[in-house]
Design a protein around this ligand. Structure first.
Ligand code: NAD
Length: 487
């Protein structure tokens, strides 16, 4: 394994513009080597309370420094943060790879550049958020204001740590909210470094607070009265808990949850492109991707030919040192995650699916790293566990189909609805299927493309609310209607 030159300080909490120690800490580990990277604070309920009070103070309706700042100044600060991230891009990319196990190729050329783009996209929005005048009556002047929702708790998963933090941070700050940001306990390091860059950028104290730790920290945020909204990305199970927890206070919530996305290949598609799309769809990010194309539907006439090419490519894509720029398959994020994935592989075998590639843990680095082979199951039935549940690993389920109607029905027979893809040369068929699929994003003849300007989010158990694009702004603002009597 390549040696990293990174010197990583122990993590602290960012509360009210100050770095503070916590009373409890835990170790964060490099999943490729099992080596301890550093220690991170497990924030207490009191720490969360201090962060919430600091965020409240900085918001403080019209009196806080953040509310007094013009939209243009807010936008400039977000842009400055983007510049600082860009200036530190190689360092942040390496830190992300060390903490998460994803290939440096992905951190450096996908995650981090998109962090910069997302921050800049929302920096531009800061000056363009406005209400409207509505001429309903001659005798009244009526208009709407779009006001920040207030203090927002951002709860982030471990698969795209800094990127998903900034998907929320960008619109929250652009809308004038103050935030308490909680990274996942497995991957806190880039978020903490972002906190340092935010201070350097000049954000007023209390606008961005960072609390690290596990589920209890998230629960304390959901329960806190001073927090107006929770923006959550993570599993559907935790999403449901958050929804229940937010019910009493009627906190606003947006939930970006799990997925089991169908990737549908018709017989008339460009097979070479579709094979590459299928590989990228499931094995990018080690399959620890919410929109992974984990169900591959192949039309019967091309199935065998397609699988031959697919298996060949999967076998070439063996896991290796995440810091090596040539690596395309890194380490799973944690021991728990690799055990979950291996459990699903066993379930696939037990339920009668046919293992045609991978299926095993890979021993690299004296067996201390959490590596697993790209895995493909053929002859999967739609009611099997590996066809219905989110595995969140590099495991692909192949299902055969005959014709449009059958595949739409099979694809929609799943609790999730995050994303889908369709491969065909028939334009009409592509659009008909896109309309019939119950999913928040549909890709045609490609897989996994994202852009800050295009909304992303789920149908059904994949959550609600949309991130990215103009749509995200709706979820960080309230609309106020003002009536002025002119009579
Ligand atoms: P997770 O739900 O276990 O944890 C996510 C975050 O929630 C972590 O910060 C965790 O500490 C916190 N948390 C855990 N329990 C909590 C509770 N009871 N109350 C409040 N906070 C709590 O998810 P994970 O394992 O980190 O991430 C994987 C999941 O995230 C997958 O299901 C994946 O599909 C989903 N995901 C969705 C998207 C999307 O955009 N839809 C993107 C990435 C990941």
């Amino acid at each position: 394994m390549s040696a990293s030159k990174a010197h990583i300080e122990p993590g602290r909490l960012l509360i009210n513009g100050q770095w503070v120690d916590g009373s409890k800490t835990f170790e964060t580990v490099n999943p490729a080597t099992g080596a301890v990277l550093t220690s991170v604070v497990e924030a207490s309920a009191t720490d969360v309370d201090h962060a919430a009070q600091a965020a409240r103070q900085a918001f403080a309706d019209h009196l806080g420094p953040w509310r007094k700042m013009s939209a243009s100044e807010r936008g400039r600060l977000i842009w400055r943060l983007a510049d600082l991230v860009e200036n530190h891009l190689p360092e942040l990319a390496e830190l992300e790879t060390l903490d998460n196990g994803k290939p440096i190729f992905e951190s450096r050329y996908v995650d981090l550049p998109m962090v910069v783009d997302v921050l800049r996209y929302y920096a531009g929005w800061a000056t363009k958020i406005h209400g409207e005048t509505v001429n309903a009556f001659e005798s009244a002047f009526t208009y709407t204001l779009r006001e920040p929702v207030g203090v927002v708790g951002l709860i982030i998963p471990w698969n795209f740590p800094l990127l998903l933090a900034c998907w929320k941070l960008g619109p929250a700050l652009a809308c004038g909210c103050t935030v308490i940001l909680k990274p996942a306990e497995q991957t806190s390091l880039t978020t903490l470094r972002l906190g340092e860059l935010a201070l350097e950028a000049g954000f007023p104290a209390g606008v961005i607070n960072i609390v690290t730790g596990g589920p209890d920290v998230g629960k304390a945020m959901v329960a806190h009265d001073a927090i107006d909204k929770i923006a959550f990305t993570g599993s559907s199970a935790v999403g449901r808990e958050i929804m229940r927890g937010a019910a009493d206070s009627l906190k606003r919530i947006t939930l970006e949850l799990g997925g089991k996305s169908p990737n549908i290949v018709f017989a008339d598609s460009d097979i070479e492109s579709a094979v590459k799309g299928a590989i990228n769809g499931i094995f990018y990010g080690k399959g620890e991707v919410c929109n992974a194309g984990s169900r591959l539907f192949l039309e019967t006439p091309i199935k065998n030919q397609f699988l031959e090419k697919l298996v060949l490519r999967a076998k070439k894509m063996q896991p290796a040192d995440p810091l090596d720029p040539k690596t395309r398959m890194g380490a799973m994020v944690s021991r728990e995650q690799i055990e979950t994935v291996l459990g699903y592989i066993e379930a696939g075998k037990t339920e009668g699916a046919k293992l045609i590639a991978g299926g095993n843990r890979v021993t690299l680095n004296d067996g201390k790293g959490f590596f697993i082979q790209p895995t493909i199951f053929d002859e999967v039935k739609n009611d099997m566990k590996i066809a219905q549940e989110e595995i969140f690993g590099p495991v692909l389920a192949i299902l055969a189909f005959d014709g449009l109607d059958q595949v739409v029905e099979l694809a929609n027979q799943n609790p999730y609805g995050l994303a889908a893809a369709v491969w065909t040369r028939d334009v009409k068929k592509a659009h008909v299927v896109s309309r019939q699929l119950r999913a928040g994003t549909v890709w045609i003849n490609t897989y996994g493309l994202m852009d800050p300007s295009l909304p992303f989010g789920g149908y059904k158990s994949s959550g609600f609310g949309r991130e990215l694009g103009q749509n995200a702004l709706e979820h960080y603002t309230e609309v106020k209607t003002v009536w002025m009597n002119l009579g």
